[in-house]
Design a protein around this ligand. Structure first.
Ligand code: FAD
Ligand code: 2HG
Ligand code: ZN
Length: 493
């Protein structure tokens, strides 16, 4: 799994030329065109951030990045690219974890960063309409004074864009409570490769007028068109939020704990997130959140973060305290201990231990990431099985694989299996694949629970989808993008 270096443009597509830049100059102001083609408006190093993906595995060689401000500009750009057979990679915050947001060759990068205006907010219905390039955190800040929150939240919120979230169908930390974007996104505005503006930007809760086309763009990863705006339902902000981190002596306790927590907290439960001991230790090592006291972590094999979001603080606190009391006073307690946040700073610090694992892993080394849906009962055996396989192959040492860890969204059956290595090495890759995908298939799971397919998993699709479904996906791609210019090599091979 060495870094996949860009080769030349695949023969099917044309590279961007000076003539193309001259045309784009009629559509965009000079500041919205970054190109290394002469006369250059950017240096190769300025294009680095657009050509490299977040985990440092995929690297493109794009010469040109366009940053349109309006849907009309996107339309004119795509129309030109389609006619000229220029491949286009839509790019949001470039925080995707499957290599979908960067070119594989020298495709044109279309950055949505300048499309960052809120179009409207209806405080009664809670419906927000925003340009695709709005940063998730800025939308959270926008709706906060109206006492609303975004239905999606994730560790990359400070950089990822709502258009990127929709295009990856991001899951994140609130899915347990508010459901997937397939439910909360009410409408999208999309520019198709031929320049057609598809206005599906409805703010209706109910609309049964035939095929629900917008659903196709939720999770399309830029392969069908460019999402330019999103209409989304924002839930009312909870009046009170609390969290607690529970230390468990054994992973076997996670399932019975989940049942008990649901039973106790019912409607106020808003997150049930899991990190194993390795993930916790890495988060602490790299300064993500405040470490628990040593007696609190002693003997803990894993941790669960429980969040409540409810209507009355005293009521929620009482429920949480009752839960903790019940758990600790049981004859055979499921937990060793529980640490309850006492103030907003502690609340954030507990969350940081969970949200910060990805960041910590990236500081520790190169990460092989498997974002899989499997039955909760199999989480630990998949993590342990992978570690054991690497050990048997002699790859578990400082110069190869440093850590194998598991964390994720227990409530959604989504395990993040990360293998942290010193470098991306072919022998590690060969030990992990197809092994992990075969395990997922045998469990009737999914090879991508929430991050998408990107460039990383195109070969793995058949482990989760049958041939008839994949054939249909190719046909759908052809309908929207007959020349195949949209994000080639992503999702479908
Ligand atoms: P990009 O990375 O820029 O793009 C992602 C894909 O969408 C690419 O294929 C791109 O071509 C396409 N795309 C982007 N914008 C558009 C557009 N406007 N129109 C058409 N196509 C577009 N994911 C989760 O699901 N849950 C998590 O909890 C989670 N946590 C994360 C934590 C961290 C620290 C990081 C780095 C990533 C995390 N992710 C998570 C990955 C997640 O996919 C992204 O963070 C996010 O949804 C991508 O948004 P983005 O704007 O960065 O998109
Ligand atoms: C999370 O849940 C993200 O923290 C990232 O989806 C997972 O980095 C990962 O593997
Ligand atoms: Zn996740």
């Amino acid at each position: 799994w060495t870094t996949r270096l860009a080769s030349s443009t695949p023969p099917k597509f044309n590279s961007v030329t000076k003539e193309d830049i001259a045309h784009f100059s009629k559509i965009l102001p000079p500041t919205s065109i970054l190109t290394t083609l002469e006369p250059a408006s950017a240096s190769p190093s300025e294009l680095e951030i657009f050509n490299n993906d977040w985990i440092g595995r995929f690297k493109g060689q794009s010469t040109t990045v366009l940053k349109p401000k309006t849907t009309e500009q996107v339309s004119q750009i795509l129309k030109w690219c389609n006619e000229r057979y220029i491949a286009v990679v839509p790019q949001g915050g470039n925080t995707g974890l499957v290599g979908g947001s960067v070119p594989l060759h020298d495709e044109l990068v279309l950055s949505l960063a300048n499309m960052n205006k809120v179009r409207s907010f209806d405080p009664v219905a809670g419906i927000l309409v925003a340009d695709a390039g709005c940063i998730l955190q800025s939308l959270t800040d926008y709706v906060a004074p109206h006492n609303h929150i975004m239905p999606v939240d994730l560790g990359a919120k400070g950089s990822c864009q709502i258009g990127g979230n929709v295009s990856t169908n991001a899951g994140g930390l609130r899915l347990l409570r508010y459901g997937s974007l397939h439910g909360t996104v009410l409408g999208v505005e999309v520019v198709l490769p031929d320049g057609t503006i598809l206005d599906q930007l409805t703010t209706l809760r109910k609309d049964n007028t035939g095929y629900d086309l917008k659903q196709l763009f939720i999770g399309a990863e830029g392969t069908l068109g460019v999402v330019t705006a999103v209409s989304i339902l924002t839930p009312p902000a909870p009046q009170a939020s609390n969290n607690v981190i529970l230390a468990l002596p054994s992973f076997n306790n996670v399932q019975p704990l989940f049942r008990q927590v649901k039973h106790h907290l019912s409607e106020i439960l808003s997150a049930f997130e899991f990190i194993d001991r390795t993930a916790y230790d890495l988060a602490v090592k790299h300064g993500q959140g405040r470490a628990l006291e040593s007696d609190e972590v002693e003997g803990a094999e894993c941790f669960v973060l429980v969040e409540t979001s409810g209507g009355r603080r005293e009521h929620d606190e009482e429920k949480l305290s009752d839960l903790l009391e019940d758990l600790l006073s049981a004859e055979q307690p499921l937990i060793n201990t529980g640490v309850l946040a006492q103030n907003p700073a502690q609340f954030s610090s507990l969350w940081a231990l969970r949200e910060g694992v990805t960041e910590a892993v990236s500081k520790e080394g190169k990460a092989y990431k498997y974002d899989i849906s499997i039955p909760l009962a199999s989480f630990q055996e998949v993590v342990d099985g992978t570690r054991e396989r690497l050990r048997q192959k002699g790859l578990l040492h400082d110069k190869a694989v440093k850590h194998v860890l598991g964390y994720g969204h227990v409530g959604d059956g989504n395990l993040h299996l990360n293998i942290v290595a010193d470098a991306f090495l072919p022998e590690i890759q060969d030990a992990l694949e197809p092994y992990i995908y075969e395990v997922v298939q045998s469990l009737r799971g999914s090879v991508s629970a929430e991050h998408g397919i990107g460039a990383m998993k195109t070969h793995a699709l058949p482990y989760s989808k049958d041939k008839a479904s994949i054939d249909l996906m190719y046909k759908i791609k052809k309908v929207f993008d007959p020349k195949g210019i949209m994000n080639p090599g992503k999702v479908l091979e």
